[in-house]
Unconditional design. Structure first.
Length: 168
């Protein structure tokens, strides 16, 4: 009887060991990621009416490589933008378009010239006011701890306002 108890104990130990999974390695470099809602307002000009758009989004990566997913108000995926060294691909579920870089793809999606590198810096709470001013942009990061970011392009016209509300 004692032999059977030992055999069962060993078999039970083997089964438990087989079910255990090895620990996952800890990543030394986390990929930055954000989610929330964004809105873009482009003021009217003599030749174009005011434009305003908003979408839910998830964004991961950096200006060199990453992915941006845009969602409709009902939560369906409206578009996906992926980019890397020397390319950006925009897909809307039906067709894909290629661009030489992230900035041109962003302009195609938003109709606004949004500086991609600045956007990533702003989301991380970093700011280079001299560089932003040279590009005509002003960003207000004072409410970033609350998940709110506002950036405005004052020049060249038309004025563009970007608002981001991050999920907390």
């Amino acid at each position: 009887m004692r032999v059977w108890a030992w055999i069962l104990a060993i078999a039970f130990g083997i089964v438990l060991t087989g079910c255990a999974s090895p620990p996952k390695p800890i990543s030394t470099t986390e990929v930055p990621a954000w989610a929330g809602r964004l809105s873009i307002k482009i003021d009217a000009t003599d030749t174009a009416p005011e434009q305003q758009t908003s979408a839910g989004f998830t964004l991961s990566g950096n200006p060199e490589v990453g992915q941006l997913d845009l969602f409709t108000p009902l939560g369906g995926k409206a578009a996906q933008l992926t980019w890397g060294a020397g390319f950006a691909t925009l897909t809307d579920g039906k067709m894909g378009r290629s661009f030489p870089d992230l900035s041109m793809a962003l302009q195609s999606i938003t109709n606004a010239d949004i500086p991609a590198s600045n956007l990533f810096n702003w989301l991380q709470g970093k700011q280079d006011k001299a560089r932003e001013a040279a590009m005509g942009w002003e960003a207000d990061l004072t409410r970033l701890t609350e998940g709110r970011l506002v950036a405005v392009r004052l020049r060249p016209l038309p004025r563009i306002e970007l608002r981001v509300v991050l999920e907390q």
